[in-house]
Design a binder for this molecule. Structure first.
Ligand code: C5P
Length: 407
């Protein structure tokens, strides 16, 4: 059990519990949050109050629980606007598909939704629902809207569900939700005070004014890592190739197109960098110079002359004052052997390897990683890229501390 520590951010948590079978786990979550020194005020939606009772939460939180918007006595004690102002953080766990839709839509049709609209505090949601409801296009669009607005999305986890199905949609364990909530503190997060530079996405190497060489990278993994590093308290600079992804809240983004532009942007950003993460799929070869006019199909064959592009990752690792350097290795065969060779050849501190191919890694929502570092290895199992990114960032913070301690 975590011992009660001095209250840090978030000291006052408004915990919204919405209607779903996972609501019973929110009772344990109240305990976990209080163990860490937070005051917890619970709001149950009408649906949640059908699964769990206000009395349970009152006993655990030590505060009267709010359910309806129209409770005159409760509104007189602490009205919904006061509740919204009181909170350092609004945490909704479990967050049902219906509630995510209402939050994304900006509705104010019950106490919890109204309070979310009225607060200036950060909002975190821990979704829990049937796996089909989670993957439904409407839910995914709502979650994307919420992420773009800066809502921290915790989970969901993957596994067996109360409905008998298996997949993504389980509420994260209360201990993990509590840990993640406190890890988002810019003064105490695992990367607090660190500057992290991340590259993401593909590069485009122009051949002529209308054509280019590129690859299948979607940028999703790199963007998820940027969001996770920011949530762990880091100042994050994200150097992005051409992708159609929203910038994670609080992250400074620099858009580039070619490998040469990415090289320059990275070296311009890196002087005070503590951690460099090369998640971009940078061109290995480039035509170098682009034809002035569109190449005409006048001959049966066409030879393209390609030159090797500068290796950005290796160049960062070769700096005299170098940050902690993390690379990626996307491999189709012999993943571990190729990745370890790359770790050594490029003199990296850590490499994240994954198998790629038609069905794997590119433009998918989930991923698995094999982490390799000098003298060690660790597997991170298949999960959503957002979840995986949080584990990955937590591991980077651990390795950073171990290297600083000479371990
Ligand atoms: O050697 P390979 O391209 O497989 O290495 C992949 C790693 O190197 C990734 O971290 C990628 O971001 C980085 N890289 C780079 N510059 C290049 C090619 C790859 O930084 N020109």
């Amino acid at each position: 059990m975590t011992s009660a520590s001095a209250p840090t951010f978030p000291r006052r948590i408004l915990l919204g519990v919405t209607g779903g079978i996972a609501a019973y786990k929110a009772a344990d979550l109240v305990r976990r949050l209080r163990e860490r020194g937070a005051e917890v005020q619970v709001i149950l939606t009408e649906g949640a109050a059908r699964f769990v009772t206000p009395l349970t939460f009152q006993a655990l939180s030590g505060r009267p629980v709010r359910v309806g918007l129209w409770d005159e006595a409760a509104e007189a004690a602490m009205g919904h606007i006061e509740l919204a102002r009181w909170a350092d953080l609004v945490l909704i766990a479990p967050a049902s598909a219906d509630f995510l839709a209402r939050l994304a839509g900006g509705l104010a049709d019950d106490l919890l939704a109204t309070t979310c609209l009225a607060t200036t505090a950060p909002i975190a949601v821990a979704p829990a629902m049937n796996q089909q409801m989670w993957t439904a296009a409407a839910t995914q669009a709502n979650v994307q809207t919420l992420r773009t607005r800066g809502v921290l999305v915790l989970g969901p986890g993957v596994g067996s569900q109360a409905c008998g199905e298996t997949g993504a949609g389980r509420l994260l364990e209360p201990s993990e939700i509590a840990a993640r909530v406190f890890a988002s503190d810019p003064s105490t997060g695992s990367l607090a005070g660190r500057h992290v530079v991340i590259t993401a996405g593909p590069t485009r190497e122009p051949i002529d004014p209308v054509r280019f060489l590129s690859n299948r990278s979607s940028g999703k993994m790199g963007f998820a890592v940027a969001a996770a590093a920011q949530a762990a308290g880091a100042r994050v600079t994200l150097v992005a190739g051409p992708v159609s992804l929203a910038t994670p809240t609080g992250v400074a983004r620099i858009d580039v197109e070619t490998a040469a532009q990415m090289y320059r942007a990275v070296h311009a950003a890196i002087s005070d960098c503590d951690v460099y993460i090369g998640a971009a799929a940078v061109a290995d070869y480039t035509p170098g110079c682009c034809a002035d006019n569109k190449i005409k199909k006048t001959s049966d064959t066409l030879d393209l002359h390609l030159e090797k592009a500068a290796d950005i990752l290796a160049s960062v690792a070769a700096l005299e004052r170098r940050p902690f350097v993390v690379g990626f290795a996307a491999e189709t065969t012999n993943v571990e052997a190729h990745a370890r060779a790359k770790l050594e050849r490029k003199k990296l501190d850590l490499i994240a390897a994954n198998e790629v191919g038609a069905e794997r890694a590119f433009d998918r929502e989930d991923n698995a990683l094999l982490l390799l570092w000098p003298g060690g290895r660790k597997e991170l199992a298949l999960k959503s890229k957002a979840e995986l990114a949080h584990e990955f960032v937590a591991f980077i913070a651990d390795r950073l501390a171990a290297v600083a301690a000479g371990v």
